[in-house]
Design a protein around this ligand. Sequence first.
Ligand code: AMP
Length: 415
Amino acid sequence: MQSIDTYNFSGKKAIVRVDFNVPLNEEFQITDDTRIRAAIPTLKKVLSGGGALIIMSHLGRPKGVTEKFSLKHIIGRVEEYLGVKVQFAEDCMKAHEQAAALKSGEVLLLENLRFYAEEEGKPRVAADVTEEEKKAAKAAVKESQKEFVKTLASYADCYINDAFGTAHRAHASTALIAAYFPNDKMFGYVMEGEIKAIDKVLNNPARPLTAILGGAKVSSKIGIIHNLLDRVDNLIICGGMVYTFVKALGGHVGNSICEDDQIETAKAILAKAEEKGVDLDIRRDVVVADDFDNDANTQIVCNFEIPDGWEAMDASPASVEKWAKIIDESKTILWNGPLGVFEKPNFAKSTNAMAELLAKATEKGAFTLVGGGDSVAAVTQMGYADKVSYVSTGGGAMLEYLEGIELPGIKAIRE
Ligand code: AMP
């Protein structure tokens, strides 16, 4: 494995997998270019080192060639940030000549990789085909994927993976291609930053280590909770998922969100927490509403005694105050998932307060990592994105990494 900082790019062509999966409006204008900006340091490093760039990415979830998902819409923005002209290959499988002609300092962007089913290695078949036909189509795409990977690899001398957002996928451009560059593969700066930040929390935290897990569903976070229970000093479970725990402990949750099929899982988590000496402190005051509406009537009650017809929407100020003390004493803090229904302004108070608590803790010297679409949105909306230590760009990838799963995109570079 090589390092982008020490690799000699002079006279070399680097094929770089970035995450240019940016949101576009109806006129195909970029509405948020965070992901493009994030990749620029890696791309500039290759150019300043005397290399040429072949940039590849996916955009959206096309089921074939679709104008809406063409990467040509973003060429101008990449040119603006790189300060160089960006050539475009309209078919990522037919870029041989353009790639061969690239000189030092030049840039070629390949069209959306997902215009080909081979990128994901998943067949695109109609819903009504038989299981046999599905199996045959899957085998066929896996076979043609080999040629797809080989073609991409043939364009370049070295490979850089800088797409953390897709690192949990074993796709052609995120994992399989690495095998063609056994001595010339490396992480880009986005990947390096993400890996370093999560490793700092999971494997090398300054203590006390506190994790705050919110969001709606316990079912999507079981693996993470188990992995974190082996590592944390404090685990704050909040948001909608706490009501599955409340019910598991015999509480009355009223109309609050609750996954009845996860009650046994919640009991197992509570037992593990007790065994590990982690106090989950599930009982607390919460803000409940008589409707799932921003202007609903509200009251504050104990979350074990929520009246019928009322549902929990947010953590109470008293709960936030209790957590503030824990956070203030922590040296490493991980936050994933909102504390309430933060999309509705009247129920965003505890989530916003958490963003502020993390910013304050960071200022005091704690290492703070925020991940997951909703919590990232909260810190960004509150203007704290650059006041926490690290904001993760990868939703699903971060969750799998936190579960302790070795991500295919990381493994392919390391092995
Ligand atoms: P997740 O995708 O599991 O991280 O959940 C994010 C969602 O959880 C957001 O849309 C929040 O509105 C929702 N959420 C947080 N707290 C609650 C709650 N008490 N009741 C219902 N939904 C909630």
